[in-house]
Design a protein around this ligand. Sequence first.
Ligand code: GDP
Ligand code: IMO
Ligand code: MG
Length: 425
Amino acid sequence: MAVDVLLGLQWGDEGKGKIVDVLSAGYDLIARFQGGPNAGHTLEFDGKKFVLNTIPSGIFFENTMNLIGNGVVIDPITLKKEIDKLKDAGHDLLAKGNLMIAKKAHLILPTHQLLDAASEKRMGEGKIGSTLKGIGPTYMDKTGRNGLRVGDTTLPDFKERYQKLVDKHVSMLTSLYGEVADFSEREQAFFEAVELINKFQLVDSEHLVNSYLKQGKRVLAEGAQGTMLDIDFGSYPFVTSSNTTTAGACTGLGIAPNKIGEVIGIFKAYCTRVGGGPFPTELNDETGEELRRIGHEFGATTGRPRRTGWIDLPALKYAIMLNGVTQMVMTKADVLSGFDKIYACTHYNYLGEKIDYMPYDICCVEAVPVLKEIDGWNEDLTGITELSEIPAKLQSYIDYLEKELEVPIKYLSVGPDRKQTLVLH
Ligand code: GDP
Ligand code: IMO
Ligand code: MG
């Protein structure tokens, strides 16, 4: 057996949570492999809506186990809030025993969040637009070999280890930024949350996932963020601090590259981005405003308005290449209903040349999109359940994208609900 990977092909918020939920019934294990509570994955079914930050999106299926992998960074306070909220909604994860946590996953401390905020404040106008969840500083401590891991919480000297790292953070905050906000309340909440986390099954994700495969069980790795936010290949430095690409699933769970099966890439029928950084097809006009309004484009984690624009084919082709995408999902096609004309960016005008790839210096030199005009459709898609109901002009858009991107669009999402999903192939 192999691990299938599902990940975002744009700048995040492509609808990963919804699609993982749709596919979960067919898997024995859903495993998050990177990122942390900067993610906000939205699921809707039976008239209910859930936003998951750390917990994998397979959590609502009886026979599906869920794993927070070693590549994830965990804020115990946020995770406890998610667990408590789900319990209030009738999903008691401790009682169900359907959530496992990797011992090697790193912990986000309250002081990591202070460092994130201080760093962003100091950058002023040029800030990344981080979610301020402490992601960057936590991954810095991981690669700097200072980090604390979930497994450390069970060691007798955990408090001393914690204090040692906090002391380092406090001295950094004082010397670099001249101030340390009071974090005593969050510190107390941190230790309470750690107690709860310790009641869950703490595992070695590499052994767990590989034993699932040996037993012939089906595993789906759930990505967070999107390819264009990848630390190596995204629009650096306006990226997150982990590998959001397929390679991240190998290191973030402990699976070998030859154990990767299908790679399911998700993209919106248009494009959005939250935070700073280049976005060639961005629409800073009424059309962009319309996309934001109709698509409810506000961050699931921070509530910030998402920047909106047309679909960007050079960026998508790049994402498909990096991830080895074998099948795709197009979401939010319903949002484009009623637009007389829609557009797809086929190339960029860059330094007087027409190019069809993402240039290295996209953050400093403007890449002006070359747009192809496409006829829009008027029909409301949100109630369609049969392929025969797909409007001809939407079908032409799908055919055009499949031809350009050279990968089949297997699923079409026409609304936020689990049921609003069509299988095209
Ligand atoms: P994720 O981070 O990739 O899981 O995506 P988010 O949950 O942050 O953002 C996607 C948003 O679009 C959520 O509010 C979803 O409920 C919603 N959504 C997902 N698919 C569709 C779709 O096909 N149509 C519409 N209208 N909304 C969708
Ligand atoms: P999901 O999983 C969209 C963006 C932030 C910021 C940059 C760095 O829901 O798709 P960070 O907090 O990671 O240091 O922020 O990355 N970002 C996201 N944008 N969706 C996400 O996750 C994101 N996670 C981080 O807005 O620009
Ligand atoms: Mg999101």
